[in-house]
Design a protein around this ligand. Structure first.
Ligand SMILES: *Cc1c(COP(=O)(O)O)cnc(C)c1O
Length: 378
């Protein structure tokens, strides 16, 4: 038996489900009357699909998106019967019956997928719900505009399936002034005219912060729920969700000229205090943070010196008052001094990749929405 109150991991990750719910409500209020669905693919961007989906379910969310059938099968039991679960990446051949029998809504991304779903529905003798994606200019997924007439002309398709959503995806939604946004909206509207009365979904998080026309009937929001900035022009309006601290495992004094870590990629210009923290690239802190990123303590920036190792990172902590930092103490990697987007920028990546790379070795704590409300009321 070990004492559960003692954290042995090298890093502790706190996920604020209350903040996720607040972010959901903010986008839902902003987007109304459009319905807001939660994108919980890739294990809710690494934060735990089951936990996140349950918190959002309790907050009234009834529409969820994942990328893969396997993700959907795992998540379905956590959702209420009236919640819809949509599989963005489409319908792999041979999975039609499983998909149809599991209360899931595949996105049809090609004519071949549409035919197979039509035939499955006809064989099942009931109108199976489905979403249809059209390519409005991202050239990634979806039925091409020139293929739409044959689908619209397929009467068997029209009567066999229950088309619950027409969707497309924006390539440049995080850049509000990009001309591609208006262009995609116009193309999407033109294609949607072929499907009168079918709810339309175009916007992701970035799209939710574009002019109201982009919100259509349904918004699919991912990163903004998890506290990431929806675009790179305005200050981030979302509540922070993730905080990450790393534990100091050793502190030493290195003389001027001393080399640090693999390859001696850093040399101390002056005598330096160096702290080693117990997280590394195996925990999702990429090697691109070497000699670039930082951790924080109090209001002091503690630069990463040398390369990022698999299980550890070295920090220059000379700026701290002597005795301020001891082995066992925690320093901030994601938190009030260093939001997820700032750490991602230092690593040369985006918040999406940082979050989905977070490793499995952290001590994870979920701050429940009700606990958070009580804490604030107290
Ligand atoms: C991942 C994804 C989203 C969510 O995007 P965010 O930018 O995280 O809000 C929405 N729609 C589709 C099709 C996606 O693949």
């Amino acid at each position: 038996m070990h004492d559960r109150s003692i954290i042995h991991e090298g890093g502790r990750l706190r996920i604020d489900l209350g903040a996720i719910v607040q972010n959901y409500r903010m986008i839902a209020n902003r987007g109304a009357p459009a319905e807001v669905g939660a994108v919980v693919k890739a294990d809710a961007y690494g934060l735990g699909a089951a936990e996140v989906a349950k918190a959002l379910r309790d907050a009234g969310c009834r529409l969820f998106f994942v990328a893969h059938l396997d993700e959907a099968l795992r998540l379905r039991p956590a959702l209420p019967a009236d919640a819809r679960l949509v599989i963005l990446n489409g319908l792999p051949p041979g999975t039609e019956a499983l998909c149809a029998g599991s209360q899931l809504i595949p996105v049809l991304n090609s004519l071949d997928q549409a035919r197979r779903w039509r035939d499955t529905a006809q064989a099942a003798g009931r109108r199976l719900p489905v979403a249809l994606q059209v390519d409005s200019g991202m050239a990634r997924l979806g039925v091409a505009p020139e293929d739409l007439p044959s689908l619209v002309g397929d009467e068997r398709f029209g009567t066999a399936v229950d088309l619950v959503m027409l969707m497309s995806h924006l390539a440049c939604a995080d850049a509000p002034d990009h001309a591609a946004n208006a262009d995609q909206l116009a193309r999407f509207d033109a294609m949607a005219a072929l499907f009168p009365g079918i709810p339309r979904a175009l916007a992701n998080s970035g799209g939710a912060f574009l002019p109201p026309a982009f919100r259509c009937d349904i918004v699919r929001t991912g990163i903004a729920l998890y506290g990431g900035a929806p675009n790179d022009t305005a200050p981030n309006p979302m509540q922070p969700v993730v905080s990450l601290d790393a534990r100091v495992i050793q502190i030493r004094t290195v003389p001027a000229g001393g080399g640090i870590g693999y390859g001696h990629d850093y040399r101390c210009e002056r005598e330096s205090r160096i702290a080693t923290i117990g997280v590394g690239y195996a925990d999702g802190l990429p090697r691109t943070l070497g000699n670039r990123g930082a951790a924080w303590l109090d209001d002091a920036r503690l630069p990463i010196v040398g390369r990022v190792s698999m299980d550890s990172i070295t920090l220059d902590v000379t700026a701290l008052p002597p005795g301020r930092l001891r082995p066992g103490d925690w320093v901030e990697l994601i938190g009030p001094h260093q939001p997820i987007d700032a750490l991602a920028r230092d690593a040369g990546t985006i918040s999406y990749e940082m979050l989905t790379s977070l490793g499995a070795r952290y001590h994870r704590t979920y701050l429940a929405s009700d606990v958070r409300d009580q804490a604030r009321a107290a």
